[in-house]
Design a protein around this ligand. Structure first.
Ligand code: ADP
Ligand code: MG
Length: 474
């Protein structure tokens, strides 16, 4: 679909004018980010990076991604309740990966003590690319599902308006009117509000657990404001604050500065660098508490790359979702090839294949947040080095997805305006709430399109590689 906007982009002057209007529209609409220089102050802020133009997305694949989201919600929820499955799936990984092992120990510890809360809130984002690797129409292939701190739902709620303004500037009002409404902020907040309501104390607050460095605060504020609009109080705290001021009463109710906390919404805690010893203690305190955790630690583990790979084994989905034949078929259709590097013949074979054909695979450790995967020559070198050691089991292998690049302009503060060949990744937000055995909410809550220049194999928006985009259905 190269060339969707070619006619409109003829002429450098038009592009420059559109880019100026675009940046001002982003500031007006609130597509904002704090600066690298001052990540914890809002005196001077800038726009979050975004594409000048919306990107073409095949409408059939867009609909397919929405249609499978409730199935993925069910699946993540089922995994989180299946301690035996988690233990089996992660057995080899936790022997070599300290971070996953540490999370897993907390998971066992809270199960042993007995969970203090029977309400569960899941907010996830399932990410896809459009694979053109095989002949025929492009196919929707899942990159991963994020079950903790899935971000940019807030800013994505405001991006379509910016692209609408750009299209009008370029004389395409008709096309602007075709951009889809999108409001993940509202969807995420309605899940949090439902969990808060089921917790059952009108004076209790929602706690956003946030990082020390808070450049992406406006994305979170979008969700936060939706809660304030419903008269639900929100506090923002770091692990360190929880360590210093958090406590549990005899019923394991969580208190921060004397305020009872109904829901903990993690926007932190997904990578090793988020934790020192005190932060691990704070995490344990939160997990033990009666507050609804979004996500609880089992749900975080359900989102590991190793679990994703184990799900692709024949028969696994059938065990996790008994009787749900159609949901299973919808889920499985989105799976790319995923391979275990566990010790043994199966792992030896795929390691050898990947070393011989490194450009066809991605090597993934158990990490989140972008910039951790290995590709091409680097993949070959690392795999060559660890191929006979149990260290290899901290990784999984995945088929590399081959999207069709298209031309766009990536707008970033202080960067020159130039066209890039780009590829996009579509994320669908999922929200669900379970009370005991009963699912009381299960929804697809909006989408996020992120686009990056093809020369970057890896990386998200927060990692400084991808930028926000809006789908233009074709
Ligand atoms: P993270 O948890 O770091 O976000 P991802 O699995 O999402 O890990 O990978 C990060 C990025 O790497 C993705 O956003 C995508 O751009 C690229 N990527 C990941 N898996 C593949 C794949 N199988 N094929 C092509 N690109 C991939
Ligand atoms: Mg990702």
């Amino acid at each position: 679909m190269a060339g969707l906007w070619d006619a409109a982009l003829r002429g450098e002057a038009a592009v420059r004018r559109a880019a100026l209007a675009a940046v001002d529209a982003a500031l007006l609409e609130g597509v904002l980010m704090r600066t690298e220089a001052e990540p914890n102050a809002s005196d001077v802020v800038s726009y979050a990076p975004f594409t000048l133009l919306p990107s073409a997305v095949p409408s059939a694949l867009f609909r397919q991604a929405y249609a499978v989201q409730q199935d993925f919600n069910l699946l993540v929820d089922a995994i989180s309740q299946d301690g035996e499955f988690l233990e089996r799936a992660l057995a080899s990984t936790i022997k070599v990966d300290d971070f996953t092992a540490r999370l897993f120990r907390i998971h066992l510890q809270v199960l042993e003590e007995g969970l203090a809360q029977s309400v569960f809130l899941g907010i996830n984002r399932s990410d896809y690319m459009f694979d053109c690797g095989a002949p025929g129409a492009p196919a929707l292939k899942q990159i991963e599902i994020n079950t903790i701190a899935a971000s940019f739902g807030g800013l994505a709620s405001r991006t379509a308006a910016v692209h609408g303004r750009v299209l009008k500037e370029l004389g395409m009002a008709e096309e602007a009117s075709r951009l889809l409404p999108n409001n993940p902020s509202e969807g995420l907040a309605s899940g949090i509000a439902k969990a808060w309501e089921l917790y059952g104390s009108r004076s209790a607050v929602v706690m956003f657990l946030v990082e020390d460095v808070q450049r992406n605060i406006f994305d979170q504020r979008c969700v936060e404001n939706e809660l304030w609009n419903r008269n639900i109080r929100v506090i923002r705290k770091r692990f360190r604050d929880v360590f210093e001021k958090g406590s549990l009463d005899e019923a394991r109710r969580l208190y921060m500065d004397g305020q009872e906390v109904a829901v903990v919404y993690y926007r932190e805690g997904y990578v090793p660098k988020n934790y020192d010893q005190q932060n691990w203690e704070a995490r344990l305190l939160l997990e033990r508490s009666r507050a609804v955790k979004c996500p609880d630690i089992a749900t975080q583990l359900a989102g590991t790359k190793k679990v994703q790979q184990e799900l692709s084994r024949p028969g696994t989905l059938e065990k996790l979702l008994p009787g749900r034949t159609e949901a299973i078929a919808r889920i499985r259709a989105t799976f790319a090839g995923l391979y275990s590097l566990d010790m043994g013949e199966e792992g030896d074979k795929i390691a050898a294949t990947a070393i011989a054909n490194p450009d066809q695979f991605v090597l993934k450790p158990q990490r989140e947040g972008g910039g951790n995967n290995l590709y091409g020559e680097e993949l070959r070198q690392v795999l060559e080095k660890i191929k006979d050691s149990p260290e290899r089991t901290s990784y999984i292998l995945m088929d590399k997805i081959q999207p069709q690049p298209t031309r766009n302009y990536l707008l970033r503060a202080h960067s020159p305006l130039k066209a890039s060949e780009c590829i996009s990744e579509l994320g669908i937000f999922g929200v669900y709430v379970r009370q005991g055995k009963e699912l009381v909410m299960n929804e697809a809550a909006g989408h996020l399109l992120r686009t990056k220049a093809v020369e970057h194999a890896d990386g998200g928006v927060a990692a400084g590689v991808a930028v926000l985009d809006t789908p233009y259905l074709v």
